[in-house]
Design a protein around this ligand. Structure first.
Ligand SMILES: O=P(O)(O)OC[C@H]1O[C@H](O)[C@H](O)[C@@H](O)[C@@H]1O
Length: 550
């Protein structure tokens, strides 16, 4: 028992029951599970909005799923979910509500934080973003010299970069091809350099995206961008208003930087950075795809929010995906989770999910501050298929590790694909289906021998199979489908955090490196204070300084 009266996760009878069940399951193979139940491939599927989700290729039986749902019930997943949707301060270490779901609530919904309805504010900002986006798209927002804006550079990092950068790629076929979009995040000056070197400053708008407006990388890059712009335009501070807008919760800091707060798009402390690209942080995306498409995306998010909030446990997709991850982490010692999209447009999707999942659930103390003695968040990784097939899939197929994987694919290629390229889509999707089939069923030594393979090569050409995968298939990659997918993962991460009893909405682990970097920087530049460093860091710093001729 802990101070809140919650029994430690691994002392629960439901946990023990899962452990026992895992032992009984032993090496049961997916081949056997499919042979025993001809309906398995259709029975273990769900439809959520436009997403068709097949979870039949998981190492589970009906009993596993029942036991997992019992675990969810006893750990209070539904209660915490309802508290989140109600606006309660479930981010306890920061004493904040967690209301990214309010960002896509329809006009007229009522969601209160500290007695105040936040929905009108959400829509007021969306409307302001819409008016601004329309102006830029119409060429009516002109720069200091009167030229219309053609280039949009988002400067932000973490949640203020990954979301818009990812979504811009995903929805590329919906973007205005006559406008240029760039995303700058790294404090390495090379990032900003490459982003602006071919741009005309007179036609360039910088969107400075930072929830706190204190993040050193973003403020440094924004300051350098301002210097570049004013120098190139030979203009004074008065040019800033036409070329800089801010997305932030911190009006004071925005003003301090020199951006007129009339050009600031606001959001709120109840939106976590990694849950924020459907807030003002999505302004660059909105300019790219237009306000209408942006709202379609929000509707997609909302559809899955409602599904998560109301669907019974047996049909609740985020609950199911969350539970499957808990199952593999705890009882198969799975250390990682691969997300393998079969769409080139999803090239940044997994990188986005890395922050969403690993910053949320990369924790090792529970909500009460006790060390957990069960696995929490996995390493999330992956790149689009089919490229991965020719690189690291070898290890998934024949390595020694359990790597549950999500395969995401689309029935239709994007609308504006060159006609000559449409035919390639079937080949892409044939690979998509073949991979989960191969991973699940493998190839037995008997099958290999039957092909006349020399005996000494049989072990090498045998595929053990039994590698668990989820397949998510959608009709097409629309803004709504993107919203549906992101909400699905957001809530999956929520479910896991609830079961593991960790705060999925803080990120204290990011702090120490920031503090130490601040201390080391003057040692690099001034050479003072090095004696306080440990011997390894001191040696590295001194080597760096001498290489730089200091
Ligand atoms: O939006 P900002 O306040 O600039 O924060 C940007 C990012 O940096 C922080 O260190 C956090 O780890 C991230 O969660 C956040 O998204």
């Amino acid at each position: 028992m802990n101070s809140e009266g919650r029994t430690r996760l691994n002392r629960l009878p439901e946990w023990a029951a899962l452990g026992k069940h895992r032992e009984q399951l032993g090496e049961t193979h997916l081949r056997e599970l499919f042979a025993a139940d001809p309906e398995r491939g259709t029975r273990h599927t769900l439809r959520v909005g436009d997403l068709y989700l097949d979870y039949s290729k998981h190492l589970v039986t009906d009993e596993t799923l029942t036991l997992l749902r019992e675990l969810a019930a006893v750990t209070g997943v539904a209660e915490l979910r309802d508290a989140m949707f109600r606006g309660e301060k479930i981010n306890t270490t920061e004493d904040r509500a967690v209301l990214h779901t309010a960002l896509r609530a329809p006009r007229g919904a009522v969601i209160e934080v500290d007695g105040e309805d936040v929905v009108p504010g959400v829509h007021a900002v969306l409307d302001k973003m819409g008016a601004f986006a329309d102006k830029v798209r119409a060429g009516e927002w002109t720069g200091h010299t009167g030229k219309p804006i053609k280039n949009i550079v988002n400067i932000g990092i973490g949640g203020s970069d990954l979301g818009p950068a990812m979504a811009y790629e995903v929805l590329r076929s919906y973007t205005r091809r006559d406008l240029t979009f760039r995303f700058v995040s790294n404090v390495d000056g090379a990032d900003l350099h490459e982003a602006v070197r071919d741009l005309d400053p007179a036609e360039t708008l910088f969107i400075v995206a930072s929830k706190t407006f204190t993040t050193i990388e973003t403020i440094t890059n924004a300051t350098s961008a301002r210097n570049w712009l004013l120098t190139e335009l030979r203009a004074g501070q008065e040019a800033v208003a036409k070329h800089f807008v801010a997305l932030s919760t911190n009006a004071e800091k925005v003003e301090e930087f020199g951006i007129d707060t009339a050009n600031m798009f606001e959001f709120w402390d109840w939106v976590g950075g990694r849950y924020s690209y459907d807030s003002a942080i999505g302004l660059s995306l909105m300019i790219a795809i237009g306000p209408e498409r942006f709202r379609e995306m929000l509707d997609g998010f909302h559809l899955v929010d409602e599904h998560f909030r109301t669907a019974p446990p047996e049909e609740n997709a985020p609950l199911l995906l969350g539970l499957l991850g808990v199952w593999y982490g705890a009882f198969f010692d799975a250390q990682s989770h691969a997300v393998l999209p079969y769409s080139h447009y999803l090239s940044k999707f997994t990188a986005y999910l890395q922050q969403l999942d690993m910053e949320s659930n990369g924790k090792s103390v529970d909500r009460q501050g006790n060390r957990v003695d069960w696995q929490t968040g996995p390493v999330v990784w992956g790149t689009p298929g089919t490229n991965g097939q020719h690189a690291y899939y070898q290890l998934i197929h024949q390595g020694t590790k359990v790597i549950p994987a999500d395969f995401i694919g689309f029935a239709r290629p994007v609308d504006d694909l060159l006609p000559g390229l449409v035919a390639q889509h079937d080949l892409l999707m044939a690979n998509f289906f073949a991979q989960t089939q191969a991973l699940a069923f493998g190839k037995t030594p008997e099958e290999v021998r039957a092909e006349g393979v020399a005996e000494e090569l049989v072990p090498h050409k045998t595929f053990q199979g039994n590698h668990p995968t989820t397949t998510i298939l959608a009709d097409a990659l629309t803004p709504s489908v993107l919203g549906q997918l992101i909400a699905l993962y957001e809530h999956k991460v929520f479910v896991q955090g609830a079961i593991w009893n960790i705060d999925s909405f803080d990120q204290w682990g990011v702090e120490l490196g920031k503090v130490l970097a601040k201390k080391i920087e003057p040692v690099l530049t001034e050479g003072e204070g090095g004696e306080q460093l440990d011997s390894s860091t001191a040696g590295l710093v001194s080597a760096y300084r001498s290489l730089r001729g200091r």
